[in-house]
Design a binder for this molecule. Structure first.
Ligand code: CTP
Ligand SMILES: C[C@](O)(CO)[C@H](O)COP(=O)(O)O
Length: 217
């Protein structure tokens, strides 16, 4: 099953989710819609829209497809197909309980160094400092927001970009932070990792095999 289907299914399985909007490559909207249609995803309403050139633009275009009056929106990566439903539920619950922006995250296993990035790959990089690992978190998705909050920060960012302003952020919570909002972290899950490198695919296969063996997932 394609990773995208797993990612949509991970959201659709949550009782907190009523509608899933998928931002697809503009020339792939019909194909993605047909793919998702063929998988009958928990009977949830699935809409596919044309995405943008960056993640931030895709999110903004996806937001436009969400009915006004919706209270909570979760933004997920297709690249995090195995997020457990408990994480989806916990993020939605934290927004419902009053947080304006919620991020699932896990502590870091590695010590992290801040460096001056090298001009070319392989060139030694001078270390600037070592942040206290206890204060760092690796953040995941889905990230949860009040719809009005997320809409407002995306519109502000769009206006700034039009004026040649700040570059796109790498996650939506970053936009809330940029405009002074309060983001909170809730526990994420090691299985919500991002499938980016070849080794991640091996790990994803192993997680799926374990789930199949243990609960017929
Ligand atoms: N134009 C884009 C680019 C990305 N995404 C979303 O953002 C997620 C992360 O995308 P990307 O930055 O391409 O992640 P990776 O492929 O993991 O690349 P890298 O970590 O190397 O940046 C994707 O899963 C997708 O859901 C999007 O909606 N629209
Ligand atoms: C949103 C995210 O997955 C949080 O870790 C991450 O920032 C996405 O980054 P990418 O470079 O767009 O994959």
């Amino acid at each position: 099953m394609p990773l995208l289907v797993h990612a949509v299914r991970a959201l659709a399985r949550s009782r907190a989710v009523g509608l899933v909007v998928v931002a697809a490559p503009p020339d792939g909207v019909a194909g993605v819609a047909a793919l998702l249609d063929s998988h009958g995803l928990d009977g949830k309403d699935i809409r596919v829209v044309a995405g943008g050139a960056t993640r931030q633009e895709s999110v903004r275009l996806g937001l436009a497809a969400i009915p006004a009056g919706t209270g909570i929106v979760l933004v997920h990566d297709a690249a995090r197909p195995l997020v457990p439903v408990e994480v989806v539920d916990a993020v939605a619950a934290a927004v419902r309980a009053g947080a304006e922006a919620v991020v699932p995250a896990v502590p870091l296993a590695d010590t992290v160094k801040r460096v001056t990035p090298a001009a070319a790959p392989g060139v030694p990089e001078p270390v600037l400092d070592t942040p206290d690992r206890a204060t760092l978190r690796a953040v995941q998705t889905p990230q949860g927001f009040r719809l009005d909050t997320l809409h407002e920060v995306h519109q502000k960012a769009l206006a700034e970009e039009a004026g040649g302003g700040l570059p796109p952020v790498t996650d939506d919570a970053g936009l809330v932070e940029r405009y002074g909002g309060q983001v909170v972290v809730v526990p994420g899950h090691e299985e919500a990792f991002k499938v980016t490198r070849p080794l991640d695919l091996v790990l994803a296969e192993a997680v799926l095999a374990r789930r199949r063996a243990s609960d017929g997932f």
